[in-house]
Design a protein around this ligand. Structure first.
Ligand SMILES: NC(=O)c1ccc[n+]([C@@H]2O[C@H](COP(=O)([O-])OP(=O)(O)OC[C@H]3O[C@@H](n4cnc5c(N)ncnc54)[C@H](O)[C@@H]3O)[C@@H](O)[C@H]2O)c1
Length: 268
């Protein structure tokens, strides 16, 4: 569910718009954390390229942004397909003239098909890795030339606490993809620092989004809540706020960093 408004605690309201004049390309912005990020970034003055495979969801995010007076464009495609990514980035640049922020948020968690290595089909493994990892390669490949042209920018990748620890409920392809994103984040950070391009990764804990909804039985929610020091799962806006920080100049000396936003889960 989208949450509207710009005054939610933690989003920096009152300190002035952080992303005025910027253009942000956000994958998976049709729902969940991507939509929250899109609304928050738009509220802070960025023009948003809403990139998603789900046309109706992307259109709804654009409508929500416009309702709040923001500027956004929907572009539809599969983040795991190079031709689609190339086209989606080109559509964004054509509409808004530049690109400053690449927010690699799209991801899939397919608990029914992505399980332990002993129980996972090769096709499921390949598709999960493609959507969660190859997508970031493709967006970086086709987006970085535009960030360079703009004189710099910020790349935000989305990992997961599942990349930081093993879990008995295995989702090995997802975990591997998110783990590899840490290495890719550091590699991009080092390579493109000279171009004024920063690249960081956020590791969310459990977040209340449509991705988790089908799995979150009342019993499982209680189990998760009991395992998190802050005693609850996250609201998507709490991850979007971390992304806003990484997108903005307030994080100007951060690159190659991992930002864990998990209610203390991995600090235990
Ligand atoms: N929800 C959590 O608890 C949680 C925890 C840690 C990390 N994450 C990560 O955060 C990110 C956002 O997760 P969310 O919970 O908001 O997910 P979500 O499922 O609610 O939303 C994901 C969005 O990505 C889009 N998408 C999926 N496959 C795509 C493809 N091939 N091409 C283009 N778009 C595609 C979907 O249509 C959807 O709009 C993901 O990378 C996820 O792995 C989520």
């Amino acid at each position: 569910m989208a949450t509207r408004g710009r005054t939610r605690r933690g989003d920096g309201a009152g300190l002035g718009p952080r992303l005025k004049g910027k253009v942000a390309f956000i994958t998976g912005a049709g729902r969940g954390m991507g939509r929250e990020g899109a609304l928050l970034f738009a509220g802070h003055g960025a023009k948003i390229v809403v990139a998603d495979i789900d046309r109706a969801a992307a259109a709804e995010t654009v409508a929500l942004i416009k309702e709040e007076g923001g500027v956004a464009l929907a572009t539809i495609g599969d983040v795991a397909a190079e031709a689609d990514v190339k086209r989606m980035i080109a559509e964004g640049v054509r509409a808004f003239g530049a690109l400053h922020i690449l927010y690699n948020n799209a991801g899939v968690l397919w608990k029914d098909r992505d399980r332990s290595v002993t129980e996972t089909e090769e096709a499921s493994w390949d598709r999960v890795i493609a959507i969660n990892l190859k997508s970031v390669f493709l967006v970086a490949k086709h987006g970085i030339p535009h960030l360079r042209k703009a004189g710099g920018g910020s790349i935000i990748n989305v990992g997961s606490v599942s990349a930081l620890a093993g879990f008995t409920r295995a989702q090995d392809a997802y975990t591997s993809a998110k783990g590899a994103l840490i290495s890719l984040t550091k590699s991009l950070a080092i390579q493109f620092a000279k171009d004024g391009i920063r690249c960081n990764i956020i590791h969310p804990g459990i977040v209340d989004t449509p991705m988790q909804a089908p799995h979150l039985t009342a019993a499982l929610r209680r189990e998760f809540e009991a395992s998190i020091p802050l005693g609850r799962i996250a609201h998507p806006r709490e991850i979007a706020c971390a992304a806003l920080f990484l997108a903005s100049e307030e994080s100007s000396f951060m690159t190659g960093a991992e930002l864990v936003v998990d209610g203390g889960f991995t600090a235990q």
